[in-house]
Ligand binder design. Structure first.
Ligand SMILES: Cc1cc2nc3c(=O)[nH]c(=O)nc-3n(C[C@H](O)[C@H](O)[C@H](O)COP(=O)(O)OP(=O)(O)OC[C@H]3O[C@@H](n4cnc5c(N)ncnc54)[C@H](O)[C@@H]3O)c2cc1C
Length: 371
């Protein structure tokens, strides 16, 4: 049997790293496991400067934020297992594929900060090579420096679609268009404006009908929708593209929480089914916390705050800090979260979070929390 850690954290994204830092600086023995070879979760492939405040290291390029957080955690004695995937979980034990073998990690508290996975959409030809998630395209281009081809199409105008489109331009790849089925841009106007200034059409009420090609994508067929989202087939046209990147939203990556038996709730605004949790980020299962996009799709800054909250709450339960200290920190965290969630999208998420917290105080049965 391996040694007993005070806390094991799954996911070295902004949420997991901040949880590790809060625990580490209070003297807890912590291990953090991530299947990627780099720290930062979504951040290691972000070459743009993050928006937000300096508290959340904004103004820096994403991949540098992950590295900085890992360096801080390492200085506090946090152990890192990168390129290591957690594939099983029981009470206080994780099964981890590490250096080609399965190892067990035992910990008094477990924090799940696994982030989110990209949503796929189905259309004719959507299984052809060249149709990929926008996040996968980012990994290919920003990390591995491999171009998918000279001209691509982006489906979805949320922040991910808009940012990835701009990054492709920076890499010298033409973007035929960003298409969006609804009648408004789903991400920040500032990102869409940058694309438009660069000559990329952002087409609303437009969808992809098909991707086609001999062995891989060569063309995409697009068409407009009417104001009731009904397809207008007579408007269909074809674009020559080498890839179609789908940015159709994210879903919390919560399989390990299902396996562990957590109670779940469904909130469309937070990305689907998420483990119920209280304001300390505790789930319905004892000694089991969550933080970040797994607790509802938001941003790196909110993920960091939730990670800090989970870390401090776990540290308090372990006896590394007093209840007074936890409550003091919690107040500050929730003040910052309220500011971060004060925009129009954020406001909806704030309301949904309160519903989740309220449900946690009741019975832990499965609930639907739809707007
Ligand atoms: C294109 C793009 C641009 C963005 N721009 C911004 C921005 O400018 N500002 C901002 O605030 N936010 C931005 N975000 C959002 C931000 O990146 C995420 O909200 C944030 O990274 C979520 O943090 P997290 O720690 O919850 O999860 P993640 O960052 O997703 O990290 C989760 C980690 O868990 C690991 N993991 C998952 N399952 C396992 C397992 N079984 N075993 C081991 N490891 C596992 C993953 O490998 C991953 O490293 C952007 C996101 C994208 C995609």
């Amino acid at each position: 049997m391996s040694e007993l850690y005070d806390a094991a954290i799954i996911g070295a994204g902004p949420a997991g790293l901040r949880a590790a830092i809060e625990l580490g600086k209070r003297g807890a023995r912590v291990i953090i496991v991530d299947e990627n070879p780099y720290p930062g979760g979504q951040l290691f492939k972000q070459i743009h400067k993050f928006f937000g405040s300096s508290v959340h290291l904004a103004g820096q390029r994403g991949f540098l934020i992950g590295q900085e957080l890992m360096d801080s955690a390492k200085c506090l004695g946090v152990e890192f297992w990168l390129s290591s995937a957690v594939w099983g979980i029981t009470d206080h034990t994780l099964a981890v594929l590490h250096e080609k073998n399965t190892h067990e990690i035992h910990a008094k508290k477990i924090i799940l900060a696994t982030g989110a996975t990209e949503n796929a959409i189905s259309f004719s030809g959507s299984t052809l090579p060249g149709v990929l998630g926008a996040g996968a395209l980012q990994t290919m281009v920003n990390l591995h420096r491999v171009s998918p081809g000279r001209r691509i199409l982006i489906v979805g105008s949320g922040n991910v679609g808009l940012i990835v489109a701009y990054q492709m331009l920076q890499a010298g790849i033409q973007v035929a268009a960003v298409v969006e089925a609804s009648d408004s841009i789903r991400g920040y106007g500032v990102h869409a404006a940058k694309l438009r200034r660069a000559g990329v059409p952002v087409l609303l009420r437009t969808t992809i009908l098909a991707a086609a090609g001999r062995n891989r994508v060569e063309t995409a067929t697009l068409a407009h929708l009417d104001e009731r989202q009904k397809l207008l087939p007579e408007t269909a046209w074809q674009e020559n593209v080498a890839a179609v990147a789908v940015a159709a939203g994210l879903t919390p990556l919560a399989e390990l929480a299902w396996i562990r038996g957590c109670a779940f709730g469904n909130s469309a605004a937070l990305g689907g089914f998420i483990p119920l949790h209280d304001a300390d980020m505790k789930t319905s299962v004892e000694d089991f916390f969550i933080a970040g996009d797994i607790a509802g799709i938001e941003e790196a800054s909110t993920a960091m705050e939730e990670g800090s909250m989970a870390g401090i709450a776990a540290a308090q339960e372990l006896g590394f800090c007093s209840t007074e200290e936890k409550d003091r920190e919690k107040k500050l965290i929730y003040q910052r979260l309220e500011t971060l969630r004060s925009g129009s999208f954020g406001h909806i998420r704030q309301t949904e979070k309160i519903k989740i917290f309220t449900k946690m105080k009741g019975e832990f049965d499965e609930v639907r929390i739809d707007l």
